[in-house]
Design a protein around this ligand. Structure first.
Ligand SMILES: Cc1ncc(COP(=O)(O)O)c(C=O)c1O
Length: 431
């Protein structure tokens, strides 16, 4: 039996603030951008989370996309439990690592090999080192508003929490660390010359809200990289195994040289992976001169959980998920339309975004313009009051997963209808 709550959300947060900077272990969990006190999660099941006060929320956060099958999915829980009983880490190869690497390579066309790490940040950081080691070049091109984790060289023009907190980058990152990082607008083909080691891109931008790649954008990046002898890196930490069985490269038919994965492939346990062409990865130690390592890389718990997810989800499941996301997006549009509030509800496969305002969002500049309305905080609070947990920042995606049935998503839309009326009443119109 779960012990009853001993402290309120406010009580836990107060305790947290004493021993954890800002009271959170990742800034995106903070309520700094929306006001109020974060709820402290007691447990989750399927589409729901419960806080320590016993309030139940339909959870659209799903650990920022790490959870695909819903919280505490029995198959995943059983896999983790089995693995834990056999020992949690050895510092020696395990079968699970091989099986998960095989599962990833079998599903992602063109990805010959992967190396497992412990977070998405490690995956992108390591992919860039490989790209630099392989090409012998230093320069990296990234897109404004894309987030690739918090390694020094990629903390420039970052989306997600960096954008939510209004930071241009991060203090503590020396200028020299980002001197070779070129930040360019999303959805515009940049100049790529023979100084560029790689172009890293979220093939669907999902850290400045959800922004779809413009038609031809990813294809033109592929061609320009080929022409310049640069590598193309798809950061599929969010899109991998979420937008389809083969990730975004499988959906759009553009094959990068390197991929970065995370989130779904760990079934909710810390993991990351970078992979790609065999000849490119051959530069990695121990075979080659590019060093990269990790004590807990390929954790037996993470590989067991990730394999359970990849083995459970079917191609049909992705179709169902995309249909449900489209239904959610349509419902949200209708709710705001009825309330007289202009919004954009971009939907790419199962990823759903929300921008306030009448203008389509195609890049970080237009995303920031939409966010500047300030309506998101009102909407967030009104949704939480109605039992729906959204991310506490305006630049995050909604993550409907396979545990969100139509009835749950209809309940989200119903809550949104009430919340939209609240927004309309409390904010000056943006239409
Ligand atoms: C596209 C993308 N890349 C990389 C990362 C970093 O992953 P992690 O938080 O596991 O370090 C994230 C995290 O949200 C992400 O969305």
């Amino acid at each position: 039996m779960t012990p009853g709550p001993t402290l309120s959300n406010a009580g836990w947060f107060e305790r947290a603030r004493r021993v954890i900077p800002g009271g959170v272990d990742s800034p995106v969990r903070s309520f700094a951008a929306v006001g109020g006190t974060p709820y402290t999660v007691d447990h989750g099941e399927g589409p729901y989370v419960w806080d320590v006060e016993g309030n139940r929320y339909i959870d659209m956060v799903q650990s920022y996309g790490a959870v695909l099958l819903g919280h505490a999915h029995p198959t995943v829980t059983a896999a983790i439990t089995r693995a834990a009983a056999l020992g949690t880490t050895f510092g020696a190869p395990t079968e699970g690592e091989v099986l998960l690497a095989e599962a990833i390579c079998a599903r992602v066309a063109g990805c010959d090999q992967v190396r497992l790490v412990s977070s998405g940040t490690e995956a992108t950081m390591s992919a860039l080192r490989v790209a630099r080691g392989f090409t012998g070049r230093d320069r990296v091109v990234k897109f404004d508003g894309c987030y690739h984790g918090h390694s020094d060289m990629l903390l420039a023009g970052g989306g997600s929490g960096v954008a939510t907190l209004g930071l241009p980058g991060s203090a503590g990152v020396p200028g020299s660390a980002v001197a070779d990082t070129l930040v360019v607008p999303y959805n515009v083909l940049p100049d790529i010359d023979d100084r560029v080691a790689c172009v890293i891109v979220e093939p669907v931008a999902a850290n400045m809200g959800v922004v779809a790649p413009a038609p031809g954008f990813l294809e033109s990046l592929r061609t320009a990289c080929d022409d310049a002898g640069a590598l193309l890196v798809f950061d599929e930490v969010i899109t991998g195994f979420r937008v389809g069985p083969g990730g975004m490269s499988g959906r759009c038919g553009v094959t990068p040289d390197l991929w970065c994965f995370g989130k779904v492939i760990g079934g909710g346990v810390p993991i990351g992976a970078f992979g790609g062409r065999r000849d490119v990865l051959s530069v990695l130690a121990p075979d080659g001169p590019v060093y990269q390592a990790g004590t807990l890389s390929g954790s037996p718990l993470a590989t067991a959980a990730g394999l359970a997810v990849l083995d459970t989800v079917t191609p049909q499941d992705y179709e169902v998920l995309c249909r449900r996301a489209a239904r959610l997006a349509g419902g949200l549009e209708g709710a705001f339309f009825d309330a007289g509030v202009a919004v954009q509800v971009p939907v790419v496969g199962p990823l759903v975004g929300l921008f306030f305002g009448p203008e389509p969002v195609t890049d970080f500049a237009s995303a920031k313009a939409a966010v500047s309305s300030g309506h998101y905080a009102q909407f967030f609070a009104a949704m939480l009051e109605r039992g729906v947990a959204l991310a506490p920042g305006p630049y995050e995606a909604m993550f409907p997963g396979l545990a969100h049935l139509d009835q749950h998503l209809d309940a989200v839309v119903e809550a949104a209808a009430g919340a939209a009326v609240h927004v309309a009443a409390n904010c000056s119109p943006v239409a």
